[in-house]
Write a protein that binds this ligand. Structure first.
Ligand code: ZN
Length: 295
């Protein structure tokens, strides 16, 4: 059986990052899984509290588990942006492999104390579960924003990162390094791209010596993503790009067959559209090397 901790260690050694894609329905899950299988790379599927409320925490866990078992494939499940211990406990009990315990909106000391307590509680349920903590501000909402928030004053410092990791014992840290949740309209059209503070990522990695996740990867400059992985990013989150592809695939599927009512004849267009985005991102994250999957 695959363990996320081992897969992440292997990825770090190989110089590649694991792609993390949010899912809110079976179509997204099918598309993400098909991309990963085709490229033979491990993949992390995520669901925020809203996405879990829609799909069902236990139902999503059962779906991902069934894919992992039937195809003997390293697909893992992450409880993305979880804001309460109760919701984190539910996800771990359902079999999620990782939890993003996100109290980044709280003052630093409070974030440290409550994250440390949550780790104890969650590892008490499943010692293998990985817990990710977050410091700094990377905005909210993986959707299309009218204007960019000014996050420049809440970037993560290497000192804070080290302090947070040492005093909480998190397995993974999500820093604010120029990344941001959601996309601007200009990013959807490819006119502008997010830029990352690569130097800061490198300094945080050296200071905190922990696995690092880049949230809000949608719409980021490709070269910055490559450099960020070299600098120490281990997991890259893509959500908004998939949502944009989901919507345009659906519109296309409906427009092409205006009289069709059979879901499984309409929805393959959505799978196709989402899969293209997931595949291109997975290729980029895995450019740096090749992970040998046990066959
Ligand atoms: Zn995020």
């Amino acid at each position: 059986m695959y363990l996320l901790r081992e897969i992440l260690a292997q990825a770090q050694d190989a110089g590649v990052a694991i792609g993390h894609f949010n899912v809110a329905d079976l179509v997204l899950l099918k598309a993400v899984f098909a991309s990963a299988r085709e490229l033979e790379v491990p993949v992390l599927v995520g669901a925020s509290e809203g996405e879990r409320a829609f799909m069902g925490t236990h139902q999503l866990a059962a779906l991902v588990r069934s894919l992992r078992e039937e195809f003997d494939f390293p697909i893992f499940l992450n409880a993305d942006h979880t804001h309460s211990l109760a919701s984190a406990v539910e996800a771990v009990k359902a079999g999620f492999d990782a939890v993003v315990f996100d109290l980044s909106a709280l003052p630093f000391e409070q974030n440290v104390r409550q994250t440390r307590e949550a780790i104890q509680a969650l590892k008490g349920i499943n010692p293998a579960v990985l817990v990710e903590g977050e410091i700094g501000d990377i905005g909210t909402g993986s959707e299309i924003h009218a204007r960019a928030p000014d996050l420049s004053r809440s970037l993560t410092t290497p000192d804070h990162a080290r302090q947070f990791v040492e005093s909480t014992g998190v397995d993974i840290l999500a820093p604010a390094v120029g990344n941001m949740h959601g996309m601007l309209e200009s990013m959807v059209h490819g006119d502008t791209r997010k830029r990352l503070d690569i130097e800061r990522i490198r300094d945080i990695k050296v200071a905190a010596r922990v696995l690092l996740t880049l949230h809000g990867g949608s719409g980021t400059n490709d070269d910055d993503l490559r450099s960020a992985i070299v600098a120490g990013i281990n997991i890259v989150h893509i959500n908004t790009e998939l949502r944009v592809a989901w919507r345009s695939g659906l519109q296309e599927g409906l427009a092409k067959q205006p009289n069709e009512v059979v879901p499984y004849k309409i929805l393959p267009a959505v799978v196709h559209s989402v899969k293209q985005v997931a595949s291109s991102r997975l290729k980029l994250f895995n450019e740096g090397g090749k992970m040998a999957l046990p066959s």
